[in-house]
Design a binder for this molecule. Structure first.
Ligand code: A2P
Length: 279
């Protein structure tokens, strides 16, 4: 019988640009983080994104499989041996409905071509930098906040993070806690670096210490009173924005209202914007 139905393992297709998952952590039914190996040749600037994904289902007619890729901000700093990503889980999302089930040892596809606008090179020098994030939009800032250049370039670094629920703030809260204790950053920038980092988390659909959308809290002036800083101005403030589309458009208009001009890699200015990954 064994000879009639030999147990020959199916040939597993070798993934192009394959990297191995090393760690997975789930935060809520909508959010998770994972780490994977880093291609030795991959160099990137903090805040950039790459295309990552999995092999798609076979085409019903040809049987051929194509990679299913999406843009993901690299959440780990450029000095890290591994790469970290922070992802949403969408039940019927083409990629994340499957990606959410990865476990250590699995392979993902990673195209080693980093790009993006949320980079220090796209901003002109200033005194204070604001990182405005909603939801998974915190990912590029998780990289930038662990980059010594962020503290070397600015006197003050303010991270605002607006989420629907408290559980969605866990990743950012832990990140800030870890950074404040980071010995390497303290050694590179000086013990006082932790005092430069301000964290302003808010929720919109669950009770927390600070409720409301960051845009509304800026319009009312509450955020400036809470932090004891003046409203943004083009002389001293720089901003990076990453969140859902409606948020990006609204805050962009507000930043223009404060007199800030949008920058780019080719033409650095006072603020930059990028869309957070949504499946
Ligand atoms: P709200 O709950 O009031 O919609 P999402 O998970 O849908 O991407 O949203 C993440 C967070 O961004 C939520 O707290 C949401 O608030 C907030 N948000 C959505 N649109 C805007 C906007 N135009 N300006 C500011 N915050 C927004």
């Amino acid at each position: 019988k064994d000879i009639d139905a030999p147990n020959i393992p199916k040939a597993t297709p070798t993934l192009p640009d394959a990297q191995t998952v090393t760690e997975v952590e789930h935060y809520t039914d909508r959010l998770f983080r994972f780490r994977c190996t880093r291609p030795p040749s991959l160099r990137f600037r903090s805040g950039e994104f790459v295309m990552i994904g999995l092999m798609g289902d076979p085409d019903p007619e040809t049987g051929k499989q194509k990679p299913l890729l999406r843009a993901y901000s690299i959440a780990s700093p450029s000095w890290d041996d591994e790469l970290e990503f922070y992802s949403i889980k969408v039940p019927d999302g083409a990629l994340t409905s499957r990606l959410q089930h990865i476990v250590p040892g699995d392979e993902i596809i990673l195209r080693p071509k980093p790009v993006g606008t949320l980079v220090h090179d796209a901003l002109i020098p200033g005194k204070r930098i604001w990182f405005f994030a909603t939801g998974t939009g915190i990912a590029p800032f998780a990289s930038l906040l662990r980059d010594p250049q962020t503290y070397a370039d600015y006197d003050e670094v303010i991270l605002t993070h607006t989420c629907r629920e408290l559980g969605e703030l866990t990743y950012g809260a832990k990140l800030v806690e870890d950074i404040r204790k980071d010995e390497l950053l303290a050694e590179l920038i000086g013990e006082g670096f932790a005092g430069k980092l301000r964290y302003y988390p808010t929720t919109t659909r669950e009770q927390s210490a600070k409720m409301g959308r960051i845009t509304d809290l800026m319009r009312s002036g509450e955020v400036f009173t809470d932090l004891g800083v003046a409203p943004l101005c083009p002389e001293s403030d720089r901003a990076m924005v990453c969140g859902n589309l409606a948020f990006n458009l609204e805050i962009k208009e507000m930043l223009e209202g404060y007199g800030l001009t949008e920058g780019a890699n080719s033409k650095p200015a006072e603020y930059v914007v990028e869309k957070a990954f949504l499946d």
